[in-house]
Design a protein around this ligand. Structure first.
Ligand code: GLY
Ligand code: MN
Ligand code: MN
Length: 434
């Protein structure tokens, strides 16, 4: 991406800071076992502001600093280490490729940072996310305090950076929407491939392999979260990720999987019969969830409040559960008591972006915030009917259905980014038959 984009983001943030200094470290490298680390993934806030992909880096924004406002601490070039661990941008790369005004070795941060904090009133940072970094910051501040007799003042105000930065991240700019569309496209291709491949006797992980194949082929660096591939009883476990059971004829399969493209997530769920043909009961439950999803997506428009899609979905799910005779009573009473939560225990969506459960407030001053163009959210109602209750006809047992799409709020309504993944009964059955 053009580095001017990131320059603009930093300038927008600095304008809102009104002085002070912001510290944004990237994520730490995490050890998996002995000499093996987990694949590195930059911190989303850091990446949003820098596009810098390497570990061991920290951005410092100092509005008004004469020698440059964007300082990047990063690893220095090191030909020997680069032979082992891969290329590094180095200090020159930080300036030339990533637009840093000044770049310093990360190994020198303890010496340099206290000087930058001198005579700055406010420090903006995300406290609590990287505890080791927080502890370092306090050490640096104490060093500045120790100089107070020389007339140097230490920062007295520590402000949560999240309020400003996460509000920016909530509104997706065109270049972000392009990436989210790519993530959705790669992911819908993966879901289609899973439907086309699925048949009784395969293992859940074999379907997962088909998803990962499409993700990688589409240029995704990583799944945005561990794929959920749950057949039969496993379709009723919301965050099932073992993916190690054989798929059986007659069962439903629930797949919740999305690719990440340059940091941006897709988050898509489809549910379909392993054999390619819905039973009467599966179809009945499926149509209720689909109707709930349609109603919710219709409520995704500028000016509606955050909870309207959820409210619309829950009402239809409750009516459907009554029609299926899985619940008794009146709609209002069931909504009030929450009796439906036995079958629908999660909410209908969340913000989506660099993080799967993306940042941004859902309420402002204690009331649901209004949807505005540029926001992206998921719409993901479901019903989960586990086995075992003798009051429920066995034909409904082990039926877990969720339908999840990624929806962009536009000026005149919305755009479903994941629309290419089939979701009507007819479309699913046709694709699986073909
Ligand atoms: N894949 C996690 C979620 O749907 O929220
Ligand atoms: Mn999901
Ligand atoms: Mn989701």
């Amino acid at each position: 991406m053009d580095k001017a984009i990131f320059d603009k983001r930093r300038r927008d943030l600095m304008q809102q800071m009104g002085g002070g200094l912001a510290l944004i470290p990237t994520a730490p490298v995490r050890n998996r076992n002995r000499d093996v680390n987990f694949p590195f993934r930059p911190d989303s806030d850091f990446y949003y502001l820098t596009h810098f992909p390497e570990p061991e880096a920290c951005a410092v924004l100092v509005p008004g600093r004469a020698h440059g406002e964007f300082i990047l601490f990063c690893r220095e070039r090191n030909p020997e280490k680069e032979i082992w661990d891969g290329r590094r941008a180095g200090l020159d790369g930080a300036r030339e490729l990533y637009g840093a005004d000044d770049a310093f070795p990360i190994d020198d941060i303890d010496e340099i940072l206290p000087g930058l904090l001198e005579n700055r009133e406010k420090v903006f940072c995300s406290m609590g996310r990287h505890p080791d970094f927080d502890a370092k910051l306090m050490e640096w501040v104490n060093e500045v305090r120790a100089k107070s007799r020389n007339g140097v003042s230490a920062p007295g105000e520590f402000v949560d950076l999240n309020h400003l930065l996460h509000e920016m991240r909530l509104f997706k700019r065109p270049e972000e929407i392009r990436l989210m569309k790519r993530a959705a496209k790669v992911s819908t291709q993966a879901h289609r491939r899973a439907m086309q491949t699925c048949r009784p006797g395969l293992m859940e992980y074999e379907i997962e392999a088909e998803l990962l194949h499409e993700f990688k082929k589409g240029g995704s660096q990583s799944p945005a979260y561990p794929p959920i591939v749950g057949g039969g009883a496993n379709s009723c476990i919301l965050h099932y990720t073992e993916n190690n059971t054989e798929l059986k004829a007659g069962d439903m399969l629930l797949i919740d999987a999305g690719a990440e493209i340059d940091g941006y997530a897709a988050d898509i769920t489809r549910s379909f019969p392993v054999s390619g043909k819905f039973s009467a009961e599966q179809r009945a439950v499926y149509e209720v969830v689909l109707a709930a999803q349609h109603a919710a997506i219709e409520r995704v428009k500028s000016g509606n409040h955050w909870n309207e899609p959820h409210e619309a979905a829950v009402r239809i799910l409750v009516d459907g559960l009554m029609q299926l005779k899985l619940l008794n009573g009146s709609t209002d009473q069931l909504l009030e008591t929450g009796a439906y939560k036995r079958f629908y225990m999660h909410r209908t969506g969340h913000w989506l972006g660099l993080d799967v459960h993306d940042v941004g407030d859902y309420k402002l001053h204690d009331t649901w915030r209004l949807l505005e163009p540029g926001m992206v959210l998921t719409v993901e109602p479901g019903l989960y009917i586990a086995a075992g209750d003798p009051a429920i006809p066995p034909g409904f047992w082990n039926t877990g259905i969720r339908i999840e799409d990624d929806v962009l709020v536009t000026r005149d309504g919305n755009e479903v980014l994941s629309r290419d993944a089939p979701k009507t009964v007819d479309d699913i059955e046709a694709l699986m038959k073909g």
